[in-house]
Design a protein around this ligand. Structure first.
Ligand code: SF4
Length: 372
């Protein structure tokens, strides 16, 4: 079992801080999260993340599965804080929303600018510019704005109204039990997130319907709070408790459990080819100290961020990723060679993505500034 950076064997799930999962199995036992894997055979078209076990858990996803297989109405919503350019973590959330949209969901992309203000101290004028850039990424990845709703928390009164209503049913003791001792602003941001999660079920969007929230496991406290609120306010709004899927969190390129600006252990989709090349070239790996040892013993892809980059994002074909895993384990693939292959894949993707994105910046600006 890996250790928490503080040296403890413990699982920390904190949407406002550093999360660390020492043992995913424990989440099933201790938090009541259900394993996703048994649902796979029933899914008509599982995503790459589902097939590869990156989406490892869920709450109540069977409701979504039923809606998908019966061609009934359902929605997907997730949010991204506008704190910076898209990186491989936010890219994952965006791809999950787009996946469900392509499976027929009414899709919602929330720009969590109130949370960015409360948690990261980002002024709204700044987060507006960041949001335009992020939305251009989202569109370039394939989000269809004609069949979806993109909004900023700070401009969406229905979300803020729900937060005010929910505030009546939540005590300070409950918030402390879920989130620990935090500022009132963060408690408010959590209630606003509950408003986001239930927004697709308001009459303005067609009324109550199964809604899936694909998120990193660190966001589970918001899901638990909102599922309780959905029940409390069921009689008033007819809310169906939201379902969720949980993906694993990506490591930093230095092998640490989290991508961090301070450590510069990740890259963004806006970085130059030189920066991306340099970051991957310098990445920690699961390789051995010498080529001879690696040939004899094989590498350890399980702890390797370069393997993770390929697994999560840049090797589409499942057979190819299996081959990379086997070649690493058997010492056939060496780290220098694999890093070079990965850099080529990433640069090719980023170049094409930037080309598509540049054409969509005006559209993103229009959506954010709400111009016709
Ligand atoms: S060969 Fe690739 S996957 Fe294996 S340890 Fe080296 S960089 Fe990681």
């Amino acid at each position: 079992m890996k250790l928490h950076p503080d040296g403890h064997e413990k699982t920390v799930i904190d949407p406002f801080g550093t999360s660390y999962v020492a043992d995913y199995e424990r989440l099933y036992r201790e938090f009541g999260i259900e394993p996703f894997q048994p649902l796979l055979p029933s899914l008509p078209n599982p995503s790459l993340y589902m097939r590869r076990g990156i989406v490892f858990g869920h709450r109540d996803f069977k409701v979504i599965l039923e809606a998908m297989t019966r061609n009934e109405k359902f929605a997907v919503l997730s949010g991204i804080k506008p704190t910076g350019e898209f990186h491989l973590g936010t890219l994952m959330t965006a791809k999950e929303i787009i996946y469900f949209q392509k499976q027929g969901a009414q899709a919602f992309y929330c720009i969590a600018d109130i949370e960015a203000y409360e948690d990261n101290k980002i002024p709204f004028e700044k987060s507006e510019k960041i949001a335009i850039n992020n939305v251009a990424d989202l569109l370039a990845l394939g989000f269809d704005p004609d069949r979806g709703y993109i909004y900023r928390q700070s401009k969406e009164n229905r979300v803020k109204d729900l937060a005010i209503i929910f505030g009546r049913a939540v005590t300070l003791a409950t918030m402390k039990a879920i989130y620990g001792e935090r500022s009132i602003g963060l408690y408010l941001a959590a209630l606003i997130q509950a408003g986001d999660i239930l927004l697709p079920q308001l009459e303005d969007f067609g009324g109550p319907k199964p809604t899936v929230i694909p998120v990193g496991i660190d966001q589970d406290p918001h899901i638990r709070l909102t599922r309780d609120l959905a029940q409390v306010f069921h009689n008033k709004f007819g809310f169906i408790p939201p379902s969720s899927t949980y993906h694993k969190l990506m490591k930093g390129l230095d092998g640490s459990p989290k991508m961090s600006k301070r450590l510069m252990n990740y890259f963004t989709l806006d970085d130059s080819p030189e920066t991306i090349t340099q970051r991957i070239s310098n990445a920690f790996t699961g390789g051995r100290p010498t080529i001879k040892e690696q040939r004899e013993l094989g590498g350890v892809p399980e702890i390797c961020p370069v393997y993770e980059i390929c697994l999560f994002h840049f090797v589409e074909d499942d057979e190819d990723i299996k081959r990379i895993y086997c070649e690493c384990k058997t010492g056939k693939l060496l780290c220098g060679e694999h890093k070079k292959q990965t850099i080529d894949l990433v640069l090719k993707f980023v170049e094409e993505h930037k080309r598509r994105k540049n054409k969509l910046l005006d559209k993103a600006r229009e959506i954010i500034l709400n111009k016709p």
